[in-house]
Design a protein around this ligand. Structure first.
Ligand SMILES: O=C(CO)[C@H](O)[C@H](O)COP(=O)(O)O
Ligand SMILES: [Fe+2]
Length: 215
């Protein structure tokens, strides 16, 4: 089953509670929260305190995408703030296996994110430890960028690698009605979308993202 995880970056932060309510009314189950540190990526968003404030406002799965250098510094606080799954970048931690164990020790599900240029083979020895792989389909740091076409090949390769594990394959960046279809065909089962979901009629946008996979 294909799921849409709207990225909070596309939301109107002045009306966040209303935006979240609308997503819940559309039966969206996963909220994608982009934490940026101004170091790993050239942009800053929010941290554990803001996630904690948001937690009582929603029952959705909080999927925290940490674009943070040395994520171990923040993992316990993000978990405590109410994350359900934490994804960390392979490129942002020296000891990926250790960082994954740290996430799991908090009782939260662990995911690993790969930048567009990072090959999927880097996941080979951690497949037993993770719940999700997130493939960036743009370079992280900003919403509203253009999908990198060669990423469909990487999605297919990654799907093959994880085929015997209960791992979700999520894609993030430049997802619209056209690229969503390409990603689903290649093997992705969770689509993160920011600008496409929040610009205009959310219900219609989500329907178009799901295409023939509509619930
Ligand atoms: O991780 C991200 C950026 O680094 C966001 O999740 C992503 O950009 C979503 O925005 P859009 O759908 O507009 O590309
Ligand atoms: Fe993201």
């Amino acid at each position: 089953m294909i799921k849409i995880a709207p990225s909070i970056l596309g939301a109107d932060f002045g009306n966040l509670e209303r935006e979240i309510k609308e997503l819940e009314e559309l039966n969206i189950e996963i909220l994608h929260l982009d934490m940026m540190d101004g170091n790993f990526v050239p942009n800053i968003t929010f941290g554990p305190d803001q996630i904690k404030n948001l937690r009582p406002k929603s029952k959705m799965i909080f999927d925290v995408h940490m674009m943070v250098q040395d994520p171990d510094r923040f993992i316990p606080r993000i978990a405590e703030a109410g994350a359900d799954i934490i994804t960390i970048h392979q490129e942002a931690t020296t000891h990926l296996h250790r960082s994954i164990q740290l996430i799991k020790s908090t009782g939260v599900k662990a995911g690993v994110v790969l930048n567009p240029a990072t090959p999927p083979e880097t996941l080979q020895y951690i497949l037993e430890d993770i719940h999700m792989v997130l493939l960036m389909t743009v370079n992280p740091g900003y919403g509203g960028q253009k999908f990198i076409p060669v990423m469909t090949e990487k999605i297919a390769k990654t799907r093959e690698m994880i085929s015997s594990y209960p791992i979700d394959l999520q894609v993030d960046g430049g997802i619209n009605d056209v690229t969503a279809k390409q990603c689903i065909e290649a093997g992705a089962n969770i689509l993160v979308a920011g600008s496409y979901v929040f610009n205009g009629d959310k219900k219609e946008n989500i329907r178009k993202l799901l295409g023939e996979n509509e619930r």
